[in-house]
Every structure is written in C-alpha cells, then in structure tokens.
Design a protein around this ligand. Structure first.
Ligand SMILES: Cc1cc2nc3c(=O)[nH]c(=O)nc-3n(C[C@H](O)[C@H](O)[C@H](O)COP(=O)(O)OP(=O)(O)OC[C@H]3O[C@@H](n4cnc5c(N)ncnc54)[C@H](O)[C@@H]3O)c2cc1C
Ligand code: SF4
Length: 605
C-alpha cells in the first residue's frame, strides 16, 4: 500500500510530520540521517535549537573569527575565517618602516573580517530558496506544495503549508501574496496563481476531514501558556505551542475565536465555513478557548499566575478604531469601520440611508463600502487623502469594488462635517496636493488652501486606521525585542512581580498588517516562549532536520505556460446582491495546469 496516497493517508490516520509525509522523488537524501521518528515536535525543537546554536556561534565569533563556525559544525568556513585574521595582522606587523596610511587600512580590514565572521556565524548556512518562498513572510515552501498539487496530492500540500502557517483557508483567499510579485514567471507572461493553488489544497484537505495527529511524543510537556487574543497571531502561537506538546489556553473578549479574520474581513471574501476549517483544526490539537474574557478586567497577569500559568502571550491586535475629532455618534449617522464590519458579520446590519461615504483608503474601507452596497445602499463613495494608485488597500480589492459600483474620491481630506436636524448631511473637503508622514508615522495630508468643496453624505463610515489598546499593561513595564526584526517582545515587569513570563506579538507589536505577518509573529513568539521556559527539553533535541534539495535543470518557458489560470468569479451585478463568496475554487484541471507552470526555481539555485 502506498501510504502517501491521500486516501491511505486518511485511512491510516493523518500523521503530520512534514518531512516524513512529503517525500519528494529524488530528494530521499534529506531523510538519510533521520531515525524515522522525526515528528512535528522534533522538527520545531530542532528549529529552536538551531536558533540557539546560531546565537552562540555569533558570540563565539566575536571572541575570535571562525570560532562560531567551528562550534556550529561549519568546519571549512571556520578555518577560512580563522586564517584570514592572522594574515592581515601579519601584514600589519611586517611593515616595519613606521606607521603609514596602509597600516590603518589593514587594521580596518582586520576589524571588518572580525565583524563579517560574526554576522555570517550568527546567520548560519543559507539554504537556497525560490524567490516566492523568500518573499513570503511565513517562508512557506511554495514550490514544494505547488509540486504536490501538480501530483494530485493536495492533502500533503496542505500539511506543508500548515507547517509554517495554520491559516491556509484564509491566506488562500485574502493574502496580500507578495510571493506572486516575486515569482519568476512575471518575466514570462504572468506569475503563478500561488494563492489560488493554496486555497485549492486547503479546501480539498479540509473537505476530506483532515485533522492533526495528537503528536507522537504524547502527554503535556513544557510550560502552561495563556494566550490573550484569539486572532491570527494568538491562534498561530497556540497552534505551535500545542505542536510542541504544551498546555495552552486562548482568552478573547469576543465569544468566538478568529479575531479580525472572523469579525473584520467581509463574509464574501472569507466565508464562515472557511474560517471554521482553519480554527477548528487548531482547536483539535487540544488548544482550549475561553471566549468573552477581557484581559485587564476579567483576568490579569497576577490572576493568570495564580491560576498556574507560566507565561502570558499578549496578542490583542491593533483594533482600537481612530476617529476624526469632529465626527459624532451613530444616532447622527457616523460609524467606525470596525464596529460596522463586526455588526455586518453578526448579521446585525446597521442602517445605511442615503449617500454612504466611507473615509479611508485601506482594506477596511473597501470591505465596509462593499458591505454597504450589499445592504442596499443606493450610492457608496470611498473618499481618501491618497491618490488612487497610492491607496493602501489591495489593488485587486479596489478593482472588485469599482466593478461592483463603488465610487472613488481620491485626494480629498475632510475639513468639517455639515449636520442638519442632528444628522450628518454632507462634509466639506479640501483637495490634497501631497501626503506626508509625520515623525510618529501618522499620515499628514498637505491640502490646497481655498480648494473647499462639498460632498453629500447621509451615512459616514470612518476607516482611517486603528491602533493597539494596551492600557492594561502595568506602569513601568519594559519591552525588549527578541529578534532583529522586532516581531516579538519580551515583557519585563517592574520589581519582577508578578512571577510570570510575559510576551507580545502580532499586530499589537507590528501595527495593523496582514494575517500572514501576524501568524508568523505568533509562531516566532511560541518558539521563543518554549526556548526560554523549557530549556531542558530543547537541550535534549535528538533529531536534525536534514532537509536537502537536489538541483534539477530548470525549464524556463513553454508557450502553454504563458497563460495564468483564474478562478471563476460571480458577475459584479450578482456579487453586489449577495454576501456569498465572490470567487470560486480552482477546478482539479485548472489547479493541475496552473501548478505545471511553476518552474520549481528552488531546485535550480
Ligand atoms: C476589515 C479588515 C480587513 C482585513 N483584511 C485582510 C486581508 O484581506 N488579508 C490580510 O492578510 N489581512 C487583513 N486584515 C488584517 C488582519 O486581519 C490582521 O492583520 C490580523 O488579524 C492581525 O492578527 P492579530 O492576532 O494580531 O490581531 P486580531 O486579529 O485583531 O486579534 C486580536 C484579538 O484580541 C482580542 N482582544 C483584544 N483586546 C483584548 C483584551 N483586552 N482581552 C481579551 N481579548 C482581547 C480581540 O477580540 C481579537 O480577537 C484585515 C483587517 C481588517 C480590520
Ligand atoms: S515559478 Fe514557481 S518556484 Fe519559481 S518563483 Fe514562481 S511559484 Fe516560485
């Protein structure tokens, strides 16, 4: 029996070791030294250990160039760096005729060697990655999962995505997909539809009822962790911690998990069923969820410490909506986009009489405008300070909004709102000549004096940004980044009380971003927590991830590969009348043909 056939995979129980589950023909090399028992936990432990080795190697290389390389097993590099330094020092000493400019240059060179050796030891060996893989914030093995789809093995493709990103259904539908911008096929027609292929694998995998194995290590190990916030970052951290075998509980002030994926992104882009697929798989790992609990009010650092938790991860997002100071309340016709979208997702539709104007140029503005159309608004306009090209919303979402009938008023800033009988009727706008950024990063439109004009508005939805509400953090608490990218913070309590380790990740650290970025930050936070609190477990790591790719000749172009397949979409007329998903999944044939276009660049590097 071929245990890797999808049907057999399910029969024998889905075992989610990515390395063992997804052998690539011709790449058997990578499992050479594995005892055959490398499971998900071992893989993550090896990731933590590798990071630790790199850190130590970096420090050792500051003591003497090359020492770190020798420590991490890169013998040839170690010898090379170690030999370079004496060479340049000998050159300095050999110039016996007094100090010259050349001495200075040689000394500088010696310093540069020292520093470069440190940087190289800290970074570790570089694996060749395809451009798409390098551009993906989660570094998913894109060419490998595309190859699995081509071979009609979508379940394994999904397993490979899950290794780095638990939100395959979301990111198969609504990811900013920077991978496609970097795809080499841009030079030969059009990029691979990577996002649509991911959605295909996710839909098929979830429909087949794929559930994660309970893990081969068994039992609860490591620290007890409380995650505050059940959005992309919190759930991703919980998923990784559960894979490591720890006991993890997610707290959220909303009754259901999902954060902005559930309550923000509009239903016609990300339907509830798809959300359940992603979230239920995480909960199936044994992650506990406690909804309707607000951190700072119902639970605190101290109360969680006394409940026996060893660490708290703050992943509360950045969803406190910003409002224009002159805007009024809902009874006057003003809404903020986030509360508006939450109500739409919960089917408690707010009234949208007359002309609806959405202020802002991001994804929340586009979602709110498209929702307003579906709720029967006769006329919806998006007004923003940016030009149409500079709007921060995804270009394809702007296109969809235009096709459905949303109007745009770019380059306009609100000067004041005009009210009649206690309700908004219009606003006065000024033309924006350019948009600057203030030192704190906030948008500062420069307007043209005397360019006032009036825009009718009976309902105003503000989508001008959001920020994190961290008012629950005790005074004097300090935050220290755990990584150079500043994606995760370690919290230090004043006076060392309460006795619980604190961390922060996701949008509340990065600022409003995307699910893939928040999820990556959550995964990193989980690895950091485990590394800090389960030192012995990491020290005992036995297996090594020996993943090695074998080079293959690359076929760059074929005439049939120039055409990019697209999934079917509802017509704009039909779309604006329904909250049903507007885009369908690839058919089997379409997915295979699109996957065949991939050049598997990783194998030619
Ligand atoms: C309208 C909209 C559309 C978007 N569209 C896209 C898109 O198409 N593609 C994309 O990639 N990204 C999109 N995003 C961004 C994406 O949703 C976020 O970047 C991502 O969800 C951030 O994850 P997070 O876990 O950091 O925060 P969140 O998802 O915001 O989750 C934070 C969670 O913490 C909870 N919480 C907050 N405070 C407390 C407290 N004191 N106690 C307990 N719980 C608390 C909240 O209830 C929430 O569930 C969109 C965002 C919005 C608002
Ligand atoms: S052709 Fe395939 S491997 Fe190469 S960048 Fe595009 S998706 Fe990635």
């Amino acid at each position: 029996m071929d245990s890797l056939r999808p049907e057999n995979l399910l029969r024998s129980g889905y075992k989610d070791c990515v390395l063992c589950e997804v052998p690539r023909p011709g790449e058997e090399e990578r499992c050479r030294d594995c005892s055959g028992r490398l499971d998900q936990r071992d893989r993550l432990l090896w990731e933590i250990r590798r990071e630790r080795i790199r850190k130590t190697a970096g420090i050792l290389s500051l003591v003497y160039p090359g020492l770190g390389h020798l420590y991490s097993g890169r013998i040839a590099f170690g010898v090379f760096w170690a030999a370079l330094l004496p060479l340049s020092l000998v050159l300095v000493l050999n110039v016996g005729s007094g100090i010259t400019f050349g001495h200075g240059v040689l000394l500088l060179e010696a310093g540069a060697i020292w520093w470069m050796a440190h940087v190289d030891a800290r970074r570790g060996p570089r694996e060749p990655t395809a451009p798409c893989e390098g551009a993906c914030p989660a570094h998913i093995r894109v060419p490998d999962y595309i190859a699995l789809v081509r071979e009609a093995r979508p379940l394994e493709a999904l397993a490979l995505v899950h290794d780095m990103l638990p939100f395959a259904a979301f990111c198969g539908r609504a990811c900013p997909h920077p991978c496609e911008q970097k795809c080499v096929r841009n030079e030969f027609g059009a990029p691979i539809s990577i996002m649509a292929i991911k959605r295909y694998a996710a839909d098929l995998g979830y429909a087949a009822g794929i559930t994660p194995s309970p893990g081969e290590s068994g039992g609860v190990r490591g620290p007890r962790v409380a995650v505050v916030g059940g959005g992309a970052s919190g759930l991703s951290a919980a998923d990784t911690l559960a894979r490591l075998g720890t006991s993890v509980t997610v707290f959220d002030r909303y009754p259901e998990p999902g954060g902005m994926m559930r309550y923000g992104a509009a239903e016609f882009r990300f339907p509830a069923d798809a959300l359940h697929s992603d979230v239920d798989r995480i909960l199936a790992r044994g992650v506990r969820f406690r909804g309707g609990v607000t951190f700072g009010r119902d639970v605190t650092f101290s109360s969680l410490a006394s409940e026996g938790f060893d660490a708290v991860l703050i992943a509360v997002g950045a969803r406190e909506a910003l409002r224009l100071p002159s805007a009024g309340g809902e009874d006057q016709g003003f809404h903020d986009a986030l509360s508006f979208l939450v109500r739409v997702r919960e089917r408690r539709f707010p009234g949208v009489p007359g002309h609806v104007v959405v202020i802002g140029g991001g994804n929340a503005a586009i979602d709110a405008a498209r929702c307003a159309l579906r709720m029967g608004a006769s006329d919806v306009t998006i007004a923003c300070v940016e030009s149409r090209e500079a709007m921060p919303a995804f270009a394809w979402e702007i296109e969809a909004a235009v096709s459905e009938g949303v109007k745009f008023l770019p380059g306009a800033a609100v000067k004041r709102f005009l009210l009649k009988d206690g309700r908004v009727t219009a606003f006065e706008a000024l033309t924006v000549e350019r948009v600057d950024l203030d030192p704190d990063g906030s948008v500062a439109p420069r307007t043209v004096p005397g360019s006032e004009f009036e825009v009718p508005a009976d309902t105003v939805v503000m989508a001008i940004g959001s920020r994190a509400d961290l008012s629950f953090l005790p005074d004097g608490i300090s935050r220290k980044p755990t990584d150079p990218g500043r994606r995760v913070f370690r919290l230090q309590f004043p006076g060392g009380e309460p006795k619980i380790a604190g961390y922060m990740c996701g949008d509340c650290v990065l600022g409003p971003g995307s699910v893939v970025e928040a999820s990556t930050s959550g995964r990193e936070a989980a690895l950091n927590i485990f590394a800090d609190l389960a030192v012995e477990e990491v020290r005992g790591t036995r297996y090594k991830d020996n993943y090695r790719r074998r080079p293959e000749p690359q076929v760059t172009d074929r005439p049939g590969w120039r055409v990019r397949r697209k999934a079917e979409r509802l017509s704009p007329e039909a779309a604006r009348r329904t909250f049903d998903e507007t885009e369908t999944r690839f058919t089997d044939r379409c997915a295979r043909e699109e996957a065949e276009r991939c050049a598997r660049c990783n194998l030619s590097l």
